[in-house]
Ligand binder design. Structure first.
Ligand code: AMP
Ligand code: GLY
Length: 423
């Protein structure tokens, strides 16, 4: 089979790496890919956020299957365009993609189907919202309705901060039309966890759990990032909690998809807050997490291409997903200055050494002119180590991380450490 992957980050490298292990994968293409993906796939320079260009690529290459990595092309309807060419796509259609692309759509879905989440109210009028500062108390959770590259959520500690955030979103329109509607939520207290699920018309099938570390610095300090590291399985989700998540969240979500005519095929990523009242949904994403995928897929024993094919044929329920008992830890190496502005083009050294228990997933990298590998993004690499125990995986990951260098490199030293709640 010929597979086309859309994207060029660490998540897409993990997907390409895993697909390359399938005996059915004859050829893997990736648009646009990166220097690491180029080791397992043919990279094609097409804008991964331009659905028309991607559909043209699919028409020209006629892959047997397309896998979409990120939310932006999904929200822009790339699945509908490629499916119209008669090519199966693993990734939800435009209607379903609203589950990530519109917070308001998701909150209404959760409310309609009685799925636990924070109380909320939405506003489209700035003065009306300004008159409701402190609704549900402080911190006041303000969410731009649309996609905002992970930056659209503000937890305002006081009235002045809330006012500023509202001015930026609705007055200055820093997120464009994404901020024209704002969802205000009650602030949930607890520990966060991510649950990724494969979904098709036959059911919703959770993958092994993972924990993400969103802040840039150790001890969960500093600004939010796309994710600075993960480990799997989560040490905060036990069997009792997993049963609750299935009963109260996953099962009603799937029933809601059926009731609302949402023909979801792809990954549903459930962001959870584990509160004193039980697990509650913070958000849905409709694609694999980055860097959750880098810790989860190396533990999957089942052929990933078979999973994707099954999902496209609505027969996931006939597969049984098998997982390794081993533990995985992923540490992200980022450019100096990230998540703010940073320089690119730094030479990366220390990538050559191989170890069967360590995988180096590339995110923002590219090949230089003299076969060197250069930094090309904020998050540059994810070093994933597998171990018999969580501690062993953590130790191996950091041993390998310390051998990699580029100017300005920064990484957290506490990936895998379990903290109490922080809000
Ligand atoms: P989201 O983009 O919706 O995942 O929000 C980004 C981050 O904001 C989440 O990972 C949480 O850390 C935080 N957050 C979002 N909604 C809430 C809430 N209702 N209560 C507390 N924290 C929240
Ligand atoms: N790591 C969080 C995300 O992929 O959205």
């Amino acid at each position: 089979m010929k597979v086309l992957i859309i994207g060029g980050g660490g998540r897409e490298h993990a997907i390409a790496w895993k697909l390359a292990q399938s005996p059915y994968a004859d050829k893997i293409l990736c648009a646009p890919g990166n220097a690491g993906i180029a080791q397992v796939a043919e990279c094609i320079a097409v804008d991964p956020e331009d659905p028309q260009a991607l559909a043209a690529l699919a028409r020209a290459e006629r892959p047997d299957l397309v896998v979409v990595g990120s939310e932006v092309p999904l929200a822009r309807g790339v699945t509908d365009l490629i499916e119209a060419e008669g090519i199966p796509v693993f990734g939800p259609n435009k209607k379903c993609a609203q589950l990530e692309a519109s917070k308001s759509f998701t909150k209404a879905f959760l409310a309609r189907h009685g799925i636990p989440t924070a109380r909320y109210r939405e506003f489209t009028d700035k003065s009306e919202l300004l008159a409701h500062i402190g609704l549900f108390g402080f911190p006041m959770v303000l969410k731009a309705d649309g996609l905002a590259a992970g930056k659209g959520v503000v937890l305002a500690a006081d009235a002045e901060t809330a006012r500023q955030a509202i001015e930026e979103m609705m007055g200055e329109r820093v997120f464009g039309s994404a901020g024209d509607r704002i969802v205000v939520e009650e602030c949930l207290i607890g520990v966060e966890a991510s649950m990724l699920c494969f979904v098709d018309g036959s059911g919703i099938f959770p993958m092994e759990s993972a924990q993400d570390y969103k802040r840039i610095r150790d001890h969960d300090e500093g600004p939010n990032t796309g994710g600075m590291g993960t480990y799997s399985p989560s040490l905060v989700i036990d069997d009792v909690l997993m049963a609750q998540i299935k009963d109260r969240i996953l099962t009603p979500t799937f029933a809601g998809f059926k009731a609302d005519g949402l023909d979801f095929r792809g990954v549903l990523f459930v962001g959870l807050m584990l509160t004193a009242d039980g697990p509650k949904v913070i958000e849905f994403n409709n694609r694999f997490g980055d860097p959750e995928t880098q810790s989860v897929l190396p533990r999957l024993r089942t052929d990933l291409l078979e999973v994707f094919r099954a999902a496209c044929e609505n027969r996931l329920s006939t597969l049984s997903l098998e997982w390794s008992e081993k533990r995985a830890v992923t540490v992200v190496l980022a450019s100096g200055g990230y998540p703010g502005s940073y320089e690119k083009g730094k030479v990366i050294s220390g990538l050559d050494e191989t170890d069967p228990d360590v995988i180096i997933f590339h995110a923002g990298t590219k090949n230089g002119e003299n076969s060197e590998i250069l930094t090309a993004g904020g998050r540059v690499l994810g070093v994933t180590a597998i171990g018999a125990t969580h501690e062993e995986a953590r130790r191996k990951a950091y041993e390998r991380v310390k051998k990699i260098h580029f100017e300005g490199v920064q990484y957290r030293t506490d990936i895998g450490v379990v903290y109490e709640q922080k809000n």
